[in-house]
Design a protein around this ligand. Structure first.
Ligand code: ARG
Length: 377
């Protein structure tokens, strides 16, 4: 650990040379108790609907081994790596509005925190089980706030997550719909969240310098996009949608790799009008290859597309799951040095290489990569 490295909070995009990250931990992660926003129903893996509990210890140990190993790889490249402080995620939590039988975990810091410029912003989150997750990061945030006199520390308004935040009986109805009907509802952003209050997970955004991409999803609503737009008045916030029934987090769908280049999930079509800004500014959008892993991991709510959930270390270097050989080859051909990182065992804890990190410092300044803008986008 390079504890002596000075703390500087600074990050404008997804690719500038990485200097400092937070890397999650698998400890104590739960299959959450059901709540209005999400229900887990995994009878074959020992968690039928209504049941909840910690993921098996041997799975957590394996995941932690891979997380620690990734931490070492990053440190060997001169990147400072900090880790969150897990809570007892099996505890019941409550606010005056609700009571929830379990929390979730702290493997994916990407979901909770986003650094934009010299600001670290705590997301609202939209699951009751994740309402208190920011507490795992508070020891680090307090430390950064002391060490970097220029750091701005912000938290989006804590949401109520009361009954009116969610559509009543959403999951009951959703499970009776055909695939076509589910896609239609997803096209209309008609998921469990209502628009009564701003809601977003930090992982539904991508930073492209002056431009921020925001994806409304099962955990982020349009009021959330509006809040981000008003909160960052010097940025341009663009909403993008993709063809996916249960879209959660943008980082297995739309991956900025370096200025001028996006890796796109080949199965999740973008809306053509929303590609215009990229076209007229000469950005290339490359369709990713098919993942090597054909089935999602046991007890994982993430898809096989964690294959593109890569972490860019600088515009020439990218970390990719070690089993995803075709994906590595594609990135190699695009001119990257590819660092293979074994990470399959981390997936059930909430994601891949990108999810499990959040950037605190990347060199560089705010640039305008899209001088030509599209009216209404
Ligand atoms: N929902 C995405 C998928 O399964 C996984 C993205 C997880 N990302 C994250 N930041 N936790 O394709």
């Amino acid at each position: 650990m390079q504890e002596t490295q000075k703390t500087v909070v600074n990050c404008w995009n997804e690719w500038d040379p990485l200097k400092h990250v937070i890397l999650g931990r698998a400890d104590g992660t739960m299959v959450q108790a059901p709540e209005p926003a999400i229900e887990r129903d995994w009878p074959d893996d020992g968690f039928p609907l209504g049941t909840y509990g910690p993921l098996p210890q041997e799975m957590a140990d394996k995941a932690n081994e891979q997380l620690d190993n990734f931490g070492k790889i990053l440190e060997s490249r001169g990147i400072r790596v900090d880790r969150p402080t897990p809570l007892d995620f099996s505890q019941t939590v409550q606010t005056p509005d609700w009571k929830q039988a379990s929390m979730f975990g702290c493997m994916p810091p990407r979901d909770v925190l986003i650094t934009i410029g010299n600001e670290i912003l705590e997301a609202t989150m939209s699951y009751r089980s994740r309402w208190y997750e920011y507490l795992c990061y508070r020891p680090l945030l307090e430390q950064y706030f002391k060490e970097d006199p220029n750091m701005r520390w912000e938290a989006a308004p804590k949401p109520r997550l009361a009954e009116r935040t969610y559509k009543k009986d959403f999951w009951k109805e959703w499970n009776t719909l055909s695939e076509e009907e589910q896609l239609e509802r997803s096209r209309n952003l008609d998921w469990a969240l209502t628009e009564v209050e701003p809601l977003f997970d930090a992982a539904d955004m991508m930073r492209l310098g002056k431009d921020i991409i925001f994806q409304p999803s099962m955990v982020s609503n349009m009021a959330g996009a509006d809040w981000i737009r008003r909160h960052f008045p010097d940025h341009r916030v663009h909403v993008m949608n993709f063809k996916e029934k249960t879209q959660v987090h943008i980082d297995s769908t739309w991956i900025p790799l370096r200025p001028g280049l996006i890796l796109h999930n080949r199965e999740r079509d973008a809306v053509p009008e929303q590609l215009k800004m990229y076209e007229i500014n000469d950005w290339e959008i490359v369709e990713c290859v098919q993942p090597q892993r054909m089935e999602k991991a046991r007890l994982s709510y993430c898809s096989i597309w964690l294959s593109i959930n890569s972490l860019v270390l600088d515009p020439k270097t990218v970390c990719v799951e070690a089993g995803e050989t075709a994906q590595m080859e594609q990135l190699d051909k695009l001119g990257f040095e590819v660092i293979p990182v074994p990470y399959y065992d981390v997936a059930p804890f909430g994601g891949g290489l990108h999810c499990s990190t959040t950037d605190i410092c990347r060199e560089g300044v705010c640039e305008d990569y899209f001088p030509r803008q599209v009216e209404g986008f």
